[in-house]
Design a protein around this ligand. Structure first.
Ligand code: UD1
Ligand code: UDP
Length: 378
């Protein structure tokens, strides 16, 4: 079985580690994986750093598309991926999640009839103004295998007319829909112990366990909207009077705070309680998550990791694809409303530990995916 895997953005590089690791450990004689990096993320802290740390095989191709407007960036990727598909002739094209790299892979493959495997299928925010929502809906509807990480994902697909009871042989007109668990949970289980042994980021940052709030912000509707960005940072400044803040900044956010934040807020961020640092490695990140007191984020992946590590999470969005986290009470949608963020922080400071239940599978999502693909080609 030959898989052509498309990665491009940070979370996809991280997610891909789970399947590449499973192939290496159990299926090296049966499955060959060719990795294509679109180059959507290219700073070493957003890309290169993960390959060695997570033992991901190096991409055979890097399209080096870099940043740009949606159309330009996606078009360059489609052109590059189409050429590689024609040359490599894989059995399947595998894409992760909902970025422009995901959509580009899907469009390129669908048009030349290479079956698409979509990992993280079925997620919906029901907000089509999000570029990610458009990317994931379009990708799901041209895929042959839809691997959902949650029951909610399955229900969302059913609502869109997918037949959850479909049987092999699977085709793009009769896709196979499976709830396999979440590859990010596989990774969290696998790497948490390694992080505990190898990484010492708390010491390096001079912060103590349970005595800091971890913050990440990168969603375009937060970074590119002056009002929202200022509200969020005002809330962070307020919280920093009570707790240290550790904030690994996405390059997009670093750029935008310099343009859009009020000068007084930008100046006030220069405070010993606020550690604004470059993006950290995955092992550093999960160590920071595991030892934090509370997590504030607009990231999809970080919301889930907060849940995996039983941390309360203030979500800087008005809706989420990961609705189970809201239902559990461990995450609260605060949008970009300063008062709501501060109020929820105070609620969480006094709250008992979050209870984690296994709604993201059993840590074997990658193996489930490969087994289903192998079965389907017999
Ligand atoms: C992308 C995904 C988003 C995902 C996020 C993960 C899309 C539409 N969005 O958003 O779903 O949650 O990745 O992090 O695909 N930049 C750099 N260096 C880099 C990468 C980006 O400086 O290595 C800067 C550039 O100014 C660029 C901006 O960040 O214009 C945005 O990058 P882009 O990949 O377009 O979107 P993300 O916000 O990273
Ligand atoms: N992450 C990381 N370093 C950081 C911030 C995040 O390794 O400085 C990891 C995080 O642990 C998670 C993934 O990146 O596994 C989430 O990616 P991101 O927040 O960029 O995108 P999203 O999940 O929102 O698409």
């Amino acid at each position: 079985l030959k898989l052509l895997t498309i990665i491009g953005a940070r979370p996809q590089i991280i997610k891909s580690a789970a399947i590449s690791r499973a192939i290496k450990s159990y299926y090296s004689t049966k499955v060959k994986e060719v990795i294509v990096h679109t180059g959507q993320h290219y700073d070493s802290q957003m890309s290169a750093i993960f390959f060695e740390e997570l033992q991901i095989p190096l991409p055979k191709y890097n399209l080096q598309v870099g940043s740009g407007k949606h159309g330009e960036q996606t078009a360059k990727m489609i052109m590059g991926i189409e050429e590689i598909l024609e040359k490599e002739k894989p059995d399947f094209l595998l894409v992760y999640g909902d970025t422009n790299s995901t959509l580009a892979g899907a469009i390129a493959a669908a048009k030349i009839h290479v079956p698409i495997v979509h990992v993280e299928a079925g997620l919906r925010s029901y907000n089509k103004k999000m570029p990610e929502e458009v990317n994931r809906i379009l990708t799901d509807h041209v895929s042959t295998f839809l691997f959902s990480p949650t029951i909610t994902g399955m229900k969302n697909l059913q609502k869109e007319g997918f037949n959850l009871q479909s049987v092999a042989p699977f085709t793009v007109d009769n896709p196979g829909i499976f709830n396999v668990g979440d590859v990010m949970y596989d990774n969290s289980l696998f790497f948490a112990q390694i992080a505990a042994e190898k990484i010492d980021i708390l010491h390096q940052l001079n912060v103590e366990k349970d005595k800091y709030v971890l913050v990440t912000i990168h969603r375009n509707n937060n970074t590119d909207d002056e009002i929202r960005l200022n509200e969020i940072f005002e809330a962070i400044l307020h919280i920093s009077k009570e707790s240290k803040i550790v904030m690994p900044l996405h390059p997009r956010t670093l750029k935008q705070i310099q343009h859009l934040l009020d000068k007084s807020i930008l100046d006030a961020l220069n405070h010993p309680n606020i550690l604004m640092i470059p993006p950290v490695s995955y092992l550093e990140m999960i160590q920071l998550e595991e030892n934090s007191h509370i997590i504030i984020t607009d990231s999809g992946g970080v919301q889930k990791e907060a849940y995996f590590f039983s941390k309360p999470c203030i979500i800087l969005r008005s809706e989420t694809e990961w609705t189970e986290i809201i239902e559990s009470g461990s995450g609260i949608l605060c949008d970009a409303i300063k008062e709501m963020i501060i109020k929820t922080y105070h609620l969480f400071v006094n709250k008992e530990k979050v209870l984690f239940t296994n709604i993201y599978g059993a840590g074997d999502a990658a193996v489930n995916i490969i087994n289903i693909l192998l079965d389907s080609t017999h």
